[in-house]
Design a protein around this ligand. Sequence first.
Ligand code: ADP
Length: 538
Amino acid sequence: MAMARRLASSLLSHSLYAARCSSSLFPGARTHDLAFGVLRMFSMAAEPITPPVEVHHTQLLIDGKFVDSASGKTFPTLDPRTGEVIAHVAEADLEDVNRAVSAARKAFDEGPWPKMTGYERSHILYRFADLIEKHNDEIAALETWNSGKPYEHTSQKEVPLVTRLMRYYAGWADKIHGLTVPADGPYHVQVLHEPIGVAGQIIPWNFPLMMFAWKVGPALACGNTIVLKTAEQTPLSALYVSKLLHEAGLPAGVLNVVSGFGPTAGAAIASHMDIDKLVFTGSTVTGKIVLELAARSNLKPATLELGGKSPMIVMDDADIDQAVELAHFALFFNQGQCCCAGSRTFVHERVYDEFVEKSKAHALKRIVGDPFKNGVQQGPQVDEKQLNKIMHYIESGINSGATLVAGGNRIGNKGFYVQPTVFSDVKDEMAIAREDIFGPVQSILKFKDLDEIIRRANATEYGLAAGVFTNNMNTANTLMRALRVGTVWFNCFHVFDPTIPFGGYKMSGQGREKGIDSLKNYLQVKAVVTPLKNPAWL
Ligand code: ADP
């Protein structure tokens, strides 16, 4: 934490270059131009802040050692603030995945990990959590540098939540047990819960470390071994914390981490014959590909957490200022790069105009800039591909007749910054209301009554999450039950806790992560039936 304080005070000495600025700097400018005019000036002129961390780990982690890829190939990992190279990272392909799976297989079949008591495993996971806590600020800095997330958030929220997640799973390690069941007959029947084996885990770039924790935590608590592939955009934080996990006492081969691309390293994991379970978070398109690979290879079971187009429903009885703030947060949090973002803001017609005006004001106030700078709320998008995708959707919104009320442009020409953008008059059939934009683009739609909003909110292939904002308990209860989604946030949004299960209905996925449900992903169920010699004692 000392580093966070040092960084905070050094950041305070920089002049704030985001949207909240003195109009006397630009007399005559409209607020909108002013906000982004100032941002542009600094994002082009000011040097990016030097991240308070160094990159130490860029190789693959196989069998407890950092090693080069078999081909010797590397790929550059970029700083989204500038598009410049942070480091070259070893690039895994089929041969490396094979080596990682062999190590994980051996560690599962012959190693101590699955045979350890839950209490011993929990000890290692608790020590790991302590090490994450100790290195909180370096880990957060690495995460910010590689992904563009505001450092204030990674250091104060995300990394502490990762620590909490690991403690949550450490607590589970010695509480996983089966049952005895009363069969109809002279039998003693036990239901054993055993680790599933080697887990193949493929994670995305929007929450690199959080997704690592959601996957590694329950897999390890249940006694499995792992081959995990990070997203090609964000390999650094997982390598750093994996080193800490070994320092905490994890035996070699239990966790193997490969950096690499989807169609090569990712596909090799999904289709590997010696992987017993696939767990994937990413887009629905890629989810379908990996599910097919899993089915065609060894029919390994899969848990998938995929895309979303979550409704954020604002009723006319709601406190408008609070609703605007919550809907803004629901969409713009994490640069809009959340599978569960409230990306369809449905507002009752009686409060629609006021809501749009206030949402516009909120977007114009949003502080965009170098994510290492104190007070910055929105950093750059993760890469150029995402930037281009977002710009394409903004153009599509304009062309399809939605009204652009704020933003709409890229900021500067260096790095991947996008103006917080708001569209009103959005219709259900527009691409911006149907497809997963994954960026800071809010679409505000109008509705009249409850039956209509239930029908429209559910009229999507996705079913990840929904927000409901109302003071009326009857309305809330009706919506909470009618919405076909994995999470309903009622008068709140983006509340994540290790205890709360997360996952989707429909094409938003299969299975749940976090909470007690996540353990099922990593356990086999074995029935053991023994005849009783003396049925009189049944
Ligand atoms: P995005 O398009 O936002 O990058 P993806 O769903 O494609 O989202 O990526 C999520 C994860 O899936 C990443 O780790 C990526 O490398 C991986 N991936 C992408 N394509 C494939 C594939 N064909 N097979 C396996 N994994 C893949």
